[in-house]
Design a protein around this ligand. Sequence first.
Ligand code: PLP
Length: 373
Amino acid sequence: MIPVTKTYLPDINKYKEYLNEIYETGWLTNNGDLVQRLEIELKEYLGVKNIILVANGTMALSIAYKLLGLEKEVITTPFSFVATTSSIVWEGLTPVFVDINENNYNIDADKIEEKINEHTTGIVPVHVYGNACNIEKIDTISQKHNLKVVYDASHCFGVKYKNKSILNYGDISTISFHSTKLFHTIEGGALVINDDKLYEKAKQMINFGFSKNGEIVEIGINAKMNEFQAAMGLCVLSDIDHIIEKRKQKYEYYLEKLKNNDYISFQELNKSSDINYSYLPIVFKDSETMVAILKNMNKEGIFPRRYFYPSLNKLNYINCDEVMHNSEDISERILCLPLYDSLRNIDIDKIVEIIKKSNIHSIKDSKDISMEE
Ligand SMILES: *Cc1c(COP(=O)(O)O)cnc(C)c1O
C-alpha cells in the first residue's frame, strides 16, 4: 500500500535512550527537561525568538486567539484543514470567510478589506501547503484596521520567507507537529510569539494559569506537551535535514515526470519564500477526472488524499450563504499525491502512469475511467 504520507520513525535505540532518561528522572510532563531542550533546539533550527510547545496544533490556534483577545468576527480562509475553522468556532468566535486566490490557494488578500466591519477583531490566514501568503498586504491591512493576525503555519516547518523564518510573521504563528506533518512529536504543536510579554502570558495560559511562583493569576487550560512527545521531537529533529533532502528528491522526480502536460495544474509558489516539500498537490481539470483517477489509484493500493475537502464554508455547523467560488472549485479537483522520505521512484512511476493513462479517455464516455494497457 502507498499512503499519502508515512510517519517518519527515528532509530528506536535513539528513542530508547530518551525513554531511559525519563525513567531515571521519573519526570513525565510539566515543562520537563526534554520539552525545554526541544524548545531550545527548535528556536535555533527555525530561527525564532520565542517558541512554546503545546499538546497539538489545534490547541496552539485556540490559545493564540485567547492570548490576543479576539472577539466576535475573525476573517479566515475556507481552504484549509478543518481545525483552522473549528478552533475559531470552538472559541466562540464567528469565522468570516474570504475566498482564495485560484492560483496559489491562499486567502485572497485583495478581498479581505470588503469583509472588515466594526465586529472584526482578527485575521487568521493559512500558508497553504507551506506556500507563503501575501504577507505584506495582510500586514498593511491589519495595521490600517487595527486587527490582530494569527498565521496558521501548520505546514511551514523550516520554511523561510525573505530569508527568515516564516513563523516570525503576524502577531502569532502556530504550527502543528502531528505525525502526518513534516516534523512531528507524535501529537504536538507550537506557538511562535514575537512579543515577550505575550510569550510569558502564553506560558501561564497553557498551564492552568499558574505563574512562575505557583499562583493562579488568570484563566488557563492544560495544553502542555509531555516528555515522550518531546523525546520523539528531539529524535526527528536530528534527522530532519536528511528527511527534507529525501522528500526534495521525490518531489523533483514527480515534477520531472509530470511536466509538459495540460491536464493538471500546480500551486503557484510565492517567489519570496522556499518550500519544505511537505505536500505535492495537483489539480485536475474537473471533479469527475479527479474522482476517477483517485479510484484507479485506490484499485492499485495507492491512496492520495483529498486535501483540503470540503471547502470549510460548507461545514454543517457553519452558516455561510455566500459561495466561495475558488475554494469550492479547487477543493473538488485537488489531490495531494503520496510524498514521504521512503517513497520509491518506482512507486512514483506507477502513480504518474495511472494519472497519464487515465487521462487518455474523455471523462464523458465513462464514469469509471479505464486504463489503457
Ligand atoms: C494539521 C493542521 C492543523 C491541526 O494540527 P493538529 O496538530 O492536528 O491539531 C491545523 N491547521 C492546519 C492547516 C493543519 O494542516
